[in-house]
Structure formats: C-alpha cells, structure tokens
Write a protein that binds this ligand. Structure first.
Ligand code: NAD
Length: 354
C-alpha cells in the first residue's frame, strides 16, 4: 500500500470522493494537486480536511512543469493517481482547446515530471512506484444494441473529449513501453453520486426538477449509458493501485445499462416519493425533448469481468440504491449546489454546434 499518493484533480467529483475515502479508510497521506477550474471545489473534500497532517492541497496546473517538478521534489510521493482533466463532452464541443491543453499536453507534462522523479528513486521505491491513469470508456466509441467494451476493444473516440482522453491513454502506455514507467490504466463508465458538478445529467435533472424547470432529454432519450456509483469506482481505483500488475489495463463498470429517459424517469419517481411537487403532479410532466448532442454516441456498456475475476472487485450499490442516495444528497445539500452554480454555471444548454 502506497504511503503517500499524489492525486491530480482532487477537487473534482471523482477525485474528491477518492480522497475522502483514503482519509476515512486508510492512513495514506494525500497530496491534492488541482488547478481549481470551474469544476474544482475544495468544499467537496469536507470540513476540516486542510487541518489533517495527512493531507495537503496545492493549487497547481498540470501543464506547468516547473511547478510539478517542485511538487515531486518537496513531497516525494509513492504513487500518482491522475484524474485532473476537462471532463464534460458538451463543453468539449463548444471549446475543444482546454481539452487538448489539459488532457493531452497536461498528461504529457505530468508523465515527464513523474519520470524524472521516478528515475532517481532508490531501487526498492522505484519498483513499487505506480502511475495510475484514470480514463473513460468513451475512448472506445459507440456500441450498437449488442456487445460490451472489453480491455481489448479498439479505440474509436468520437468527441473532442473522448479523443483527448484516448490520446492521453496512448501517451501513458508509451511512457511505460519506452521508458519503463510503471503505469496502470483504468477506463470507467459514467459515474454518478454526491458532489457531481450540476452540468452532468443526474444532478442537472434533479436540480431542474426541484426548481420547477423543464427536464431536457437529448434526442429520443434512448442513448444508453452504463452507470456506476462514484464510491464504487473509487474502491476499484484503490484496488487497482494496490494490486494490479504494472502495464495492466482494467475496465470498470456497474452492469447498469440505462437509457437517458429511464434515468430521468427514475429520478422523477424517487422525487415523487420523497419530495412531491406542491401541486402533486408527477415530476415527469416536466420532461421535454430537446435537439440531440452532435455526434451523440448511442450506447456504452462495460465488461468489467477482468477486474472482478483478477482483483475480486464488486460494486456495493445497485443503480436504484445509488440513485436514491444521490437524489437525497442533492435535496439536502442545496448550499453546495448554490455555491457552485452562483456566477459559474447556471444550467444553460451546452454543446450545440452553431
Ligand atoms: P471533474 O470535471 O469533476 O474534475 C476535474 C478536476 O480536474 C477539477 O477539480 C479541475 O479543477 C481539475 N483540473 C482541470 N484541469 C486541470 C489542470 N490543468 N491542472 C490541474 N487540475 C485541473 O471530473 P471528474 O468527473 O471528477 O473526472 C475525473 C477523471 O475521471 C477525469 O480524468 C475523467 O476523464 C475521468 N472519468 C470520469 C468519468 C465520469 O463519469 N465523471 C467516468 C470515467 C472517467
């Protein structure tokens, strides 16, 4: 078990969940490196975390190689878990530049800084060091009604976001093959849970429902995603960091294929039960169909059997239990949502090619 882990993107949705898990369940020390873009929010880490001796936050852009070099020299991590990224497909359609910059160029800068540091480590620490790259199933492209993405599926990214993540995966593999950097890679399906920025489907729809706004469904609502509760993803990440052999790739997914319409209908049903509208109408009366996302991938579905078989991972939440917890969290954490939305993102439609 790594004693000191450098997490990039630790103020984001998945990174903050991962750090909270490390802090609650282990003695691992965490160096949280995050630029704090619109998507980063230190309040997602929980009150008082900054006073812990096992946690430090550094506001650093991963494209800044001098700053990265200093971080490695001063903090001497045993592993890097790389989550920092521009992560929203619709934003990548409106403005691909930041995606190329952070996801490709930033990953390259981080790989170089890591390699310089790792090369100079004493033999034993060098052997046990890991660079864990956290990626997405979107690198594999779109499926028809049949089939699953496995670790051997050919890459076929179709959005600027997916292409930038695919490029970063290739860079990471090449730093292993060429320089021997001890890497592991994971490709995960769509995450959901507490603290997700409200531009993504589940928080967007939950908050719009509560605000009596239309619930937008792209196209016919039949695009299918394979949903995983974020805490289950983070448990998988920790397992892979600890147990995976160098150079391995694992797909992570919850076997929860749902169409977007099904997801929205389920959120509405949960809200009908736990927080009915004042006029008692069902929330699904707010559903409106809007124009589709350009190049909208039809279906993603993950075969996670390698992770289950080799490392013994199993998700703890079903889609129903995880979604209920998530909707309840958004109901009870209006302050976090208001804070993140005020002046930053007001729920407007993103990702339409003009
Ligand atoms: P997020 O957008 O919520 O968080 C990203 C974090 O990275 C933010 O805190 C942001 O401030 C930081 N960041 C962005 N650019 C940076 C830079 N140049 N330097 C330093 N920090 C920077 O994203 P997320 O949903 O938590 O996703 C985390 C990672 O997991 C990403 O790499 C993403 O591709 C991958 N992933 C996400 C999902 C998902 O469903 N959300 C699924 C599979 C994989």
């Amino acid at each position: 078990m790594a004693e000191k882990v450098l997490v990039t993107g630790g103020a984001g949705f998945i990174g903050s969940t991962l750090i909270r898990q490390f802090i609650e369940e282990t003695d691992t020390s965490i160096i949280n490196v995050d630029k704090l873009t619109y998507a980063g929010n230190l309040s997602s880490l929980g009150l008082g975390v900054e006073r812990l001796p096992t946690y430090i936050f550094l506001q650093v852009d991963i494209c800044d190689d001098n700053a990265l070099k200093q971080v490695f020299i001063e903090h001497q991590p045993d592993a890097v878990m790389h989550l920092a990224a521009e992560s929203h497909v619709d934003r990548s359609i409106d403005g691909p530049s930041a995606f190329i910059e952070t996801n490709i160029f930033g990953t390259y800068k981080l790989l170089q800084a890591t390699r310089t540091y790792w090369s100079a480590l004493p033999a034993q620490r060098k052997d046990s060091f890991r660079f864990h790259h956290i990626s997405t199933d979107e690198v594999f492209g779109s499926l028809s009604a049949e089939g699953l993405f496995s670790e051997d599926t050919a890459y076929d990214p179709r959005s600027p976001y997916a292409a930038s993540k695919a490029a970063s995966d290739h860079l990471v593999r090449s730093w292993h093959a060429t320089y021997g950097l001890p890497v592991v890679i994971t490709n995960c399906s769509n995450n959901y849970g507490a603290y997700q920025f409200p531009e993504k489907l589940i928080p967007l729809v939950t908050l719009a429902a509560l605000a009596d706004k239309p619930l937008p469904i792209y196209g016919d609502g039949q695009n299918v995603r394979d949903w995983l509760y974020v805490d289950d993803h983070c448990r998988a990440l920790r397992l892979v960091l600890e147990k995976a052999k160098v150079g391995e790739t694992y797909n992570i997914g919850g076997r929860n294929e749902k169409s977007n319409l099904e997801v929205v209908e389920t959120i509405c049903a949960i809200l009908d039960e736990i927080h009915p509208r004042s006029d008692r109408k069902p929330y699904n009366t707010q559903i409106t169909f809007v124009s589709d996302r350009p190049g909208h991938d039809r279906r993603y579905a993950i075969d996670a059997s390698k992770l289950e078989r080799e490392l013994g991972w199993k998700p703890l939440e079903t889609f129903e239990s995880g979604l209920r917890k998530t909707v309840e969290w958004y109901l009870n954490n209006a302050a976090w949502c208001d804070d993140i939305k005020t002046g930053r993102y007001l729920g407007e439609r993103l990702g339409l090619v003009p």
